[in-house]
Design a protein around this ligand. Structure first.
Ligand SMILES: [Zn+2]
Length: 128
């Protein structure tokens, strides 16, 4: 057992002026002694781990948000494209359908590329 006591000042409802930690110190950092729990290096490590976890959670939520936002943004365009496709399919003779189909496919390709760009561009900075 160390002769030093932890120098961490702790606050609780019973001592608003603070009370030093009662545990025995195990490590000295820059002239002050600390127990395992209050060792600044340990505290920093725990904080970093917590930040990492929060960061990962934030990134997951953010990329979910981007996907939902993009889906909302392009919902109308996609529905219109499908409606046009269905219209073309039901109303137009089969030769003409093939012609308009290739136009519609170009539109669809364009919308899909836009969507990919939006989700990739904003998602990529969050990749781990
Ligand atoms: Zn302590």
């Amino acid at each position: 057992m160390s002769e030093h006591r932890c120098s961490e000042l702790m606050f609780n409802r019973n001592s608003y002026r603070g009370q030093t930690c009662t545990r025995s110190a195990t490590v000295e950092r820059e002239g002050k002694w600390y127990c395992k729990q209050h060792d600044p290096v340990n505290v920093e490590e725990r904080r970093a781990k917590r930040d990492e976890k929060w960061d990962a959670e934030y990134k997951a939520r953010n990329s979910q948000f981007i996907k939902q936002n993009t889906a909302l943004k392009y919902h109308e365009k996609l529905v219109d494209a499908l409606r046009n496709l269905l219209h073309a399919y039901t109303k137009i003779s089969s030769e003409k359908f093939h012609e308009s189909l290739s136009d519609l496919m170009c539109d669809a390709g364009e919308v899909l590329r836009e969507i990919d760009k939006q989700t990739e561009k904003r998602g990529s900075s969050n990749d781990t």
